[in-house]
Structures are given as structure tokens and as C-alpha cells.
Design a protein around this ligand. Structure first.
Ligand code: ADE
Ligand code: ZN
Length: 319
């Protein structure tokens, strides 16, 4: 098979995709029309995390009703299933909506029902990870966590995203400790080449005790922390096409060095229409610019199922 066909044919797990970041322009225009909103269709450009986020959040204003959230998640699940994704753990940002007056219940119910329906119709398995916006206050994070508790059975874990500058993991230590006590799994973004990245990675691993890190390739700056993630079997969810836009290059060299050292690296799409591709395009891009082997492409998927937050009985179905 051609390499692209081989990549498309592998059973895959995706662990780092933001549902709000899967909003394609045609759906955005459809939702705007449905909700009686006028939206700009100007080309957006961004070259780093801050400028990306400045383009990203205003686009979400078209998400208003439970059906809008349902349609967004369902469209992503159709796309992912079509690319051979069997299991996906999807981030969502309730504060990006509750801060605009959209009720939490509309967001979570729309997303949850899409996962149930897509599971029945397409056989794709999905779980939700609620992200805290790190550039909002600790009080807002704590209130969001409390509000999530009545939907705990629909949420597998808690993550941390948005603008990292000046917002280290330690800012949310109390909130994440409470999340752990409530039984949530924990992960945090440590975006590529951010200020103090290695200190943020250290805090996430040693002070917070996360089970995964989203991005996190700057860990190479500290061999002791590389050994720690190997020893603990901690997964790093990389996103090559995202790296290429918000940092300098896709970080394929770093990714392969870590993979070959025994770190559980996975490859994911982050915000597909914003960064130019879903998981297959990310893997094809990586294969095109590196010497990754087919066995290593399969290893990326084995890693993803292993570090996923599937229940053990479900994991055995996939592995
Ligand atoms: N929100 C959506 N995508 C993100 C990313 N790559 N980093 C931080 N926050 C995000
Ligand atoms: Zn992300």
C-alpha cells in the first residue's frame, strides 16, 4: 500500500483535539445563518499561540444552542471515523461559552448526545475532557469544575489550555487537586516553545501529577524529566501541523528522538481546520519530513491506545 493508504488504514486513537477547534468555515456560516448572526469571512492569519487564540475564540460566537454543539461534535466524529479513528478523547472549553452567557448544560448535552449517536451510527468511541482556560481566573476555573460535577459521568478528565504566557500549571494546583479527588484524570497543555516551558512541564509532572502532557516536546531540555515520563509511562500528545504554525517547524526531530527513547508519543490534530489537517494529514506530514518507519507509525497508535483513558475492558477491545 502507499504510505498514505497505510496511514489511513491503521486503526487510530486521537487524544488531543479541541471540539471548538474543529469548526470548519461552512458549518460556521450555517450556524451563523441559523442564529441570525452576521459573521466576517475574512482570511485569518496567525504565527504564534497568542495570535492563533485571538482568531480562534471569536469564531466560536456562532455556537449558541445545544443543537449547534451537537452538530459541531457530530461533524468531527464523522470526519474522524472516516479517517480510521476508533477512539477519540475530545477537549472542550466550557468557559469560552459560559463567559458569553451560554449555559454549561447546552454545551455538554450537545456534545454528549453527538458522541452517543455517532457511536451507534459509525462505531467510533469518544470521551470528553473538560479544559480549564488558563488565562481566566482561578475562581472561574474552580466554579467551572464545581459546575461540571453533575455531569461527571460524561467527562473522563480535566485539561488546561489557552494562553500559557504567565499562566503556569501552579496557578491551578488547588483546582487540579480537587479534580483528582473527584475522580477525574488529569492532563495539561505545555505548548511548544512557550516561555518557561520546561518549568511548566516540571510543575505539571511533579507538582500537579498529570498523567499526560499535551504537546510537551520541550521536555528534551531536561533528561531527568524525560526519564521520569518513561518510568511513569506518561503520554505526550504531539500535533505536528499545529507546531508548524504556532512555533518554529513541526518538531519532527524532537518527536522521533522522544519516541525512540521510549516516551509514549502520540500524534494528533489539535485544531484541524486552523492548522491544516486531521490526524491522517498530521501523520502523512510527519512521514513526509522524517525517516519514521511503518513500524513506528503503528507504535504511535499503540501508544495512543495505551495512554488513552479508556476503561481497561474497552482498551482490551482495541489492543
Ligand atoms: N486551545 C485550542 N488549541 C490550543 C492549543 N494548541 N494550545 C492552547 N490552547 C488551545
Ligand atoms: Zn491543544
Amino acid at each position: 500500500a502507499s504510505l498514505t493508504a497505510f496511514i489511513a488504514g491503521m486503526p487510530k486513537a486521537e487524544l488531543h483535539v479541541h471540539l471548538e477547534g474543529t469548526l470548519e468555515s461552512p458549518l460556521r456560516l450555517e450556524l451563523a445563518a441559523r442564529n441570525g448572526m452576521e459573521v466576517s469571512v475574512a482570511e485569518q492569519s496567525y504565527t504564534d499561540l497568542t495570535s492563533f487564540l485571538a482568531a480562534y475564540y471569536p469564531n466560536m460566537d456562532v455556537l449558541q444552542t445545544q443543537s449547534d454543539f451537537y452538530d459541531l461534535a457530530y461533524a468531527y466524529l464523522v470526519k474522524a471515523a472516516g479517517q480510521g479513528v476508533r477512539h477519540t478523547e475530545m477537549f472542550f472549553d466550557p468557559q469560552a461559552h459560559t463567559s458569553r452567557g451560554i449555559p454549561f448544560v447546552s454545551v455538554i448535552t450537545g456534545y454528549h448526545e453527538a458522541i452517543v449517536d455517532a457511536g451507534r451510527a459509525l462505531g467510533i468511541h469518544g470521551q470528553l475532557i473538560m479544559c480549564i482556560l488558563r488565562d481566566h481566573s482561578v475562581e472561574s476555573a474552580a466554579a467551572t469544575l464545581e459546575e461540571s460535577l453533575r455531569y461527571k459521568h460524561w467527562i473522563v478528565g480535566i485539561g488546561l489550555d489557552s494562553d500559557e504566557r504567565g499562566n503556569p500549571p501552579s496557578k491551578f494546583a488547588v483546582v487540579f487537586a480537587r479534580a483528582r479527588d473527584e475522580g477525574y484524570r488529569l492532563t495539561m497543555h505545555c505548548d511548544v516553545d512557550q516561555e518557561n516551558s520546561i518549568e511548566h512541564i516540571r510543575q505539571a509532572l511533579e507538582d500537579i501529577g498529570v498523567e499526560r502532557i499535551d504537546h510537551g516536546t520541550n521536555i528534551l531540555e531536561d533528561p531527568r524529566l524525560v526519564q521520569l515520563v518513561i518510568d511513569r509511562g506518561i503520554g505526550l500528545t504531539s500535533c505536528p501541523l499545529s507546531n508548524a504554525i504556532v512555533s518554529e517547524g513541526s518538531k519532527s526531530g524532537e518527536l522521533l528522538t522522544l519516541l525512540r527513547a521510549g516516551v509514549k508519543i502520540t500524534v494528533n490534530s489539535d485544531d484541524p481546520p486552523y492548522f491544516g489537517g486531521y490526524v491522517v494529514e498530521n501523520l502523512v506530514h510527519l512521514a513526509g519530513i522524517s525517516d519514521i518507519t511503518r513500524d513506528e507509525l503503528v507504535l504511535l497508535q499503540r501508544n495512543a491506545f495505551e495512554v488513552s483513558w479508556l476503561a481497561e475492558a474497552d482498551r482490551r477491545v482495541f489492543l
